[in-house]
Design a protein around this ligand. Structure first.
Ligand SMILES: [Zn+2]
Ligand SMILES: [Zn+2]
Length: 232
């Protein structure tokens, strides 16, 4: 849909609490003050917050991830978590361009050296039918548009259904998603920027990055809007 059309349908509003705003902004004043950025002390590979020896968290030390680096501008908390929840579960796909602009403006340094091919972490076919849109693909497409990248669909797919990761232990999560993804052979030789809304333990992006490597991708980087504190 055209930007002008979107503006008519959706006047400027806070992406977290939906308060109508006099001018276009991501958040209202109250929400803006409550936004929690990810602290600078974090794992240099997976962005897990914490002051770790050699900037490597115990998880990455025990099992180095199949992606080169991950980044997220925000903690998965407060207004950012509310905005993601509205986008993901409350039928607000129109938040994709705002969330992508927010992600791009807060991740300029990371994006200046990130791959030009954007791949979304794919949703289940069943959940896609329930939700009627794939929020990660909408976010990836909007991010690609706003940063001059490409985000073709169909490069990465779920090859089997998995349980929701919420409530599973870390080893259960890893088992749940192992081998759940298949990447298209057409990605061979391309570096990939994998995009999703939230990064938690990283077991899902690990499984997705492994599938991309198996298809011949030499380097995978990960960018999400928010990062949960998963080792605290
Ligand atoms: Zn607000
Ligand atoms: Zn780590």
């Amino acid at each position: 849909m055209h930007r002008a059309m979107l503006e008519l349908l959706y006047p400027p509003a806070c992406i977290a609490c939906a308060k109508v705003l006099p001018v276009r902004a991501f958040f209202c004043e109250t929400c803006d003050l409550a936004v929690e950025r990810l602290p600078p002390a974090r794992c240099r590979t997976c962005a897990e917050p914490g002051d770790f020896p050699r900037a490597t968290c115990p998880r990455c030390l025990a099992s180095p991830p199949p992606f080169a680096r991950a980044s997220a501008p925000f903690a998965h908390d407060g207004p950012v978590a509310r905005a993601i929840h509205r986008f993901k579960y409350e039928d607000h796909p129109e938040l994709a361009p705002s969330l992508a602009e927010l992600l791009a403006s807060e991740s300029q340094h990371f994006l200046s050296q990130a791959p030009s091919l954007v791949v979304a972490l794919p949703l289940h076919a069943r959940r896609f039918r329930e939700r009627k849109y794939d929020q990660a693909q909408l976010l990836a497409s909007a991010l690609a548009r706003t940063t001059g990248r490409e985000a073709p669909v169909g490069l990465l797919a779920r090859s089997r259904e998995t349980q929701r990761q919420v409530g599973l232990s870390e080893s259960e999560r890893a088992r749940n998603v192992a081998g759940a993804f298949t990447a298209s052979p057409s990605v061979a030789g391309r570096e990939v920027l994998l995009v999703d809304d939230v990064l938690t333990t990283g077991s899902t992006v690990r499984a997705a990055a492994s599938a991309l490597h198996q298809a011949g991708v030499p380097r995978v980087e990960v960018l999400t809007l928010a990062r949960a504190f998963s080792l605290a």
